[in-house]
Design a protein around this ligand. Structure first.
Ligand code: SAH
Length: 259
């Protein structure tokens, strides 16, 4: 297998963390879509507790914090991201109600029914959409909300190149109606879904990486792992441009009900 076709999972984790520590966001998104998703969520107040799972360095968490009352806990597996997260909270003077902690999303330390809202942009794939929705549900109060983004197909059939890429990178990818059905079966009322527009990928995710890629290649000339990783990121961005009519990240917002 050439590096170009490697899945991100096959690269050294520290390399990936160092690379993504240089950009504001570690996944597709934008302040506008975070605020749009938030518009579907009711009943938040100063006493609310929100978890942002797989927060990365907190690009979307800070937007969330500036547009909602209550306390927010950001969770990420990697201390590098959580250090940046807490620095970012401090810069915005949000440190009293926004805190980042290192923890794994498959072993969260919340109490049952403690949370009013679970947020997760571009990260639930690490545990899997269905598994994440099912396992995290117990931490939500009845009536609490979940809002996650997940890569999804727009159509039942896709060109072979992109189908193969995603089936290898994330076999959990599925169509929007199937994801909505999974959310409902996991014990949530599907409140809203909307597709992340192109600027969430190109302007806010791919373009900020271009400078980092150049610098990484200059500073690590001859390092095959770095060259392979950068080639992989560029390939993924090219595929998006070529096949953006067939997939995107999609916001899925649900409300926990008693079943
Ligand atoms: N929400 C951020 C980051 C998305 S990238 C944004 O939209 O910009 C996915 C994030 O999930 C990364 O920060 C990665 O470190 C984190 N992650 C991966 N596996 C994890 C796990 N098991 N538990 C918690 N976080 C994890």
């Amino acid at each position: 297998m050439t590096d170009k076709n490697k899945s991100i999972h096959e690269f050294d984790l520290q390399l990936i963390v160092d690379y993504f520590a240089n950009v504001e966001r570690q996944g597709p998104g934008s302040p506008e879509i975070t605020i749009k998703a938030l518009s579907f969520i009711e009943n938040l107040n100063e006493n609310s507790l929100i978890a942002d799972i797989g927060s990365g360095s907190g690009g979307q968490t800070m937007v969330l914090a500036e547009n909602t009352p209550g306390n927010i806990i950001g969770i990420d597996l990697f201390p590098t991201f959580i250090d940046l997260f807490n620095q970012n909270a401090k810069k915005l003077n949000l440190q009293n109600r926004v805190k980042g902690i290192v923890e794994s999303m498959d072993n969260l330390s919340f109490q049952e029914e403690e949370l009013d809202l679970i947020w997760s942009e571009g990260a639930i794939y690490n545990i899997g959409f269905e598994r994440g929705l099912k396992e995290w549900r117990k931490f939500l109060k009845t009536g609490g909300y979940v809002a996650v983004t997940e890569v999804s197909w727009f159509t039942d059939e896709r060109p072979a190149e992109i189908e193969e890429f995603w089936n290898e990178a994330y076999p959990g990818i599925d169509t929007i109606p199937n994801k909505v059905s999974q959310m409902q079966k996991a014990g949530y009322v599907p409140i809203a879904t909307f597709i992340l527009p192109e600027n969430c990928w190109i302007e806010n995710f791919h373009l900020p990486q271009v400078e980092v890629q150049k610098r990484f290649l200059e500073e690590n000339a001859g390092n095959e792992a770095v060259e392979g990783f950068v080639a992989n990121q560029r390939h993924e961005a090219e595929l998006y441009r070529k096949y953006k009519d067939y997939y995107s990240y999609v916001f899925y917002i649900g409300r926990k009900i008693t079943v």
